[in-house]
Design a protein. Structure first.
Lengths: 358, 132
């Protein structure tokens, strides 16, 4: 059988953003794949160097539309370390709450997209309907439903009042109930048929290819940057969610369990949140270099910052989770995956292309 | 199957989740960052803090003509200017700005102090006259 090269993307119904896969196809089966990225490169790393320190927070937030809080959180943590200051404890807890709400809404968005990709339209609408409650509470706290702009150098910009804390508790109760009503979907015959045993990435392959986030955790690799204990994660009790099924279904299960874990983390953070200041002001200028790793919904986010004692940073390097997960995707596809299953496999890593290309 | 029937009946008689948007609008949350405006121009000292701290370069401050120019299409609603303003001239309002056909710039001009005084006196006199 002769090999044929089929292009998948850059414009495709399952992709919200442009990425191309050149698939080598033998009959119905994919035997090789080559990614083509660079359609939405914006030169943000260079813009970091030209912009001033404070303005860069908003720039970092705009690298990714969905996981923007971890981006600004990583940047702010790095600058704080270079300046030699630390955020007050209350600010650290507020950061954790915002990060977890971000994870919750991102995973819900992904479940909707999964329903959409396998042709389960009503599930997509149901999940996104529940997600709207969460977006509303986020808008009430942060001031905007998409770009929160909560992080500042040395703390956070807005406080969470007691009333807002109560409202968050209410929304978390609502979501827990809502998740119970739709959790049977994961036991659904069609969904299992479309995802189980598809896009297999074994434990050794995940380690070899450097998979991160839910992709790695579904392959039995307990790789979670929250265990490093940045912000207030060190005071909270949790363990990384690990599943050993190594396939697309496992990735869905990991995300489902992480959503429930996020609800518990938010409740725990709200109950443990100390009273006090929310920002430490400092006029120090960053000098030296540092590396920061945080855990957005999609996996490990890496920031390298180099300061030279002026208002501008000398170099900023960002490695986003999808960038690390592209190679594992190629491994999954090249194993003789059926052509019709390519959308499910690619979607299972939760690709975010704009953030990959920066 | 019985579970399904109850779900169908529930969906038939429940209200739709969506809103009929242009006719029915959700009231904005009080804490939302919708758009900014120079609400108290009479207090402005034209220090230019808002201009220097704006990440999108949407604000221009001109001391000579006592004018602040705001480009709403560049503004990213981060409310940084509201935070740094020493005289608290700028307000952030919860209503999101509406779409427009042309890219507009908003100009906020400070009246000269004498004119402002005269105006105040006039309004005072009017009020007193109205009372009398």
């Amino acid at each position: 059988m002769a090999k044929t090269v089929l292009t998948f993307g850059p414009q495709h119904v399952v992709f919200p953003e442009p990425i191309q896969f050149k698939l080598k196809v033998e009959d119905e089966f994919v035997v090789g794949a080559e990614p083509v990225i660079g359609y939405v490169h914006r030169g943000i790393e260079k813009a970091f160097e030209l912009n001033e320190l404070k303005k860069n927070i908003f720039l970092a937030e705009r690298i990714c539309g969905i996981c923007q809080t971890p981006h600004s959180n990583a940047y702010v943590l790095g600058v704080e370390r270079l300046m030699g200051i630390e955020a007050p404890p209350r600010a650290k807890y507020i950061r954790v709450i915002m990060n977890e709400m971000n994870r919750l809404h991102s995973h819900m968005l992904w479940f909707g997209l999964l329903g959409d990709a396998i042709g389960f339209e009503s599930y997509f609408m149901q999940v996104w309907n529940y997600r709207e409650k969460l977006m509303d509470i986020i808008e009430k706290i942060a001031g905007n439903r998409v770009t929160y702009s909560m992080n500042a150098i040395g703390g956070v910009r807005r406080d969470i009042s007691d009333e807002q804390a109560k409202e968050i508790h209410n929304v978390m109760d609502f979501l827990e109930e809502a998740f119970k009503s739709i959790e049977d979907v994961l036991k659904d015959y069609t969904l299992i048929k479309r995802t189980k045993g598809i896009g297999v990435l074994t434990e050794s392959e995940a380690k070899r290819d450097g998979a991160v986030g839910p992709t790695a955790r579904a392959s039995n690799v307990p790789y979670d940057m929250r265990m490093l204990g940045y912000d207030a994660y060190r005071d909270l009790e949790f363990k990384p969610v690990v599943v050993d099924s190594c396939d697309s279904y496992g990735r869905a299960v990991v995300r489902w369990k992480e959503m429930l874990q996020s609800i518990n983390l938010i409740r725990e953070a709200l109950s443990k949140m100390p009273v006090g200041d929310i920002i430490t002001k400092s006029n120090a200028l960053p000098k030296g270099e540092t590396v920061i790793r945080v855990e957005p919904p999609r996996g490990e986010l890496f920031y390298y910052l180099k300061g030279n004692g002026t208002k501008n940073l000398e170099r900023v390097k960002v490695r986003t989770p999808t960038f690390a997960n592209i190679w594992p995707t190629i491994t999954m596809l090249s194993k003789g995956c059926e052509f019709a299953n390519v959308p499910v496999v690619v979607l299972s890593i939760d690709p975010c292309i704009s953030c990959t290309e920066r | 199957m019985p579970g399904m029937i109850s779900l169908i009946l529930k969906n038939l008689f429940s209200k739709p989740v969506t809103r009929k948007y242009p006719f029915e609008k959700r009231p904005p949350f009080k804490t939302a960052r919708g758009h900014i405006t120079f609400a108290r121009m009479e207090d402005c000292v034209f220090c230019g803090m808002c201009m220097r701290n704006c990440p999108a370069n949407a604000i221009k401050v001109d001391k000579a003509t006592r004018t602040n120019t705001l480009e709403p299409f560049r503004c990213i609603q981060c409310a940084m200017c509201v935070e740094v303003c020493p005289k608290k001239v700028i307000d952030v309002l919860p209503e999101y700005s509406k779409p427009e056909y042309e890219k507009t710039t908003l100009k906020f001009v400070q009246e000269k102090k004498e004119e402002a005084k005269e105006k105040k006196e006039e309004t005072k006199a009017e009020k007193e006259g109205g009372k009398a």
